[in-house]
Design a protein around this ligand. Structure first.
Ligand SMILES: [Zn+2]
Ligand SMILES: [Zn+2]
Length: 134
């Protein structure tokens, strides 16, 4: 299987070969604050399975060993590596796949740091678009 993806503006494109080692929705504080989102989906691959085919992501050191890669033009988060905890592994921000349905998430991780109301997010009212106006 080959999946392709990229950032919002299109400056950075990548391709990924093979099945992910895992695909998890991360609730840790670092992911949340870097993405500006309540959780972030990560598909984990061997580092050599992922190839940037266009553009050059910018590197941000988000912790002592954590490295986050994002598009310097539009800010989309793309990859994460941590040579201390996950040597030889790269995490791909799975919502940046052109087909984000291709690899379903398998688990929630780092829920010890989850925003409390996110634990019941699936119970919230849902609308195809927006709530009806009064
Ligand atoms: Zn971009
Ligand atoms: Zn995280």
């Amino acid at each position: 299987m080959v999946l392709v993806g990229g950032c919002h503006c299109g400056a950075i494109r990548y391709e990924v070969r093979g099945e992910p080692i895992a695909h998890a929705l991360c609730h840790c504080r670092d992911c949340r604050r870097h993405a500006g989102a309540p959780m972030v989906g990560w598909a984990m691959y061997p580092a050599d399975a992922v190839k940037v085919t266009q553009g050059e992501p910018k590197l941000y050191k988000s912790s002592e060993h954590g490295r986050r890669y994002f598009c310097p033009d539009c800010g989309t988060g793309l990859f994460y590596t941590n040579d201390d905890v996950f040597p030889g592994i790269i995490d791909v921000q799975s919502a940046t796949f052109d087909d984000p349905e291709a690899v379903p998430a398998q688990a929630h991780i780092q829920v010890a740091e989850r925003i409390k109301w996110m634990g019941r997010a699936h119970e919230l009212p849902a609308f195809d678009r927006f709530p009806p106006r009064e």
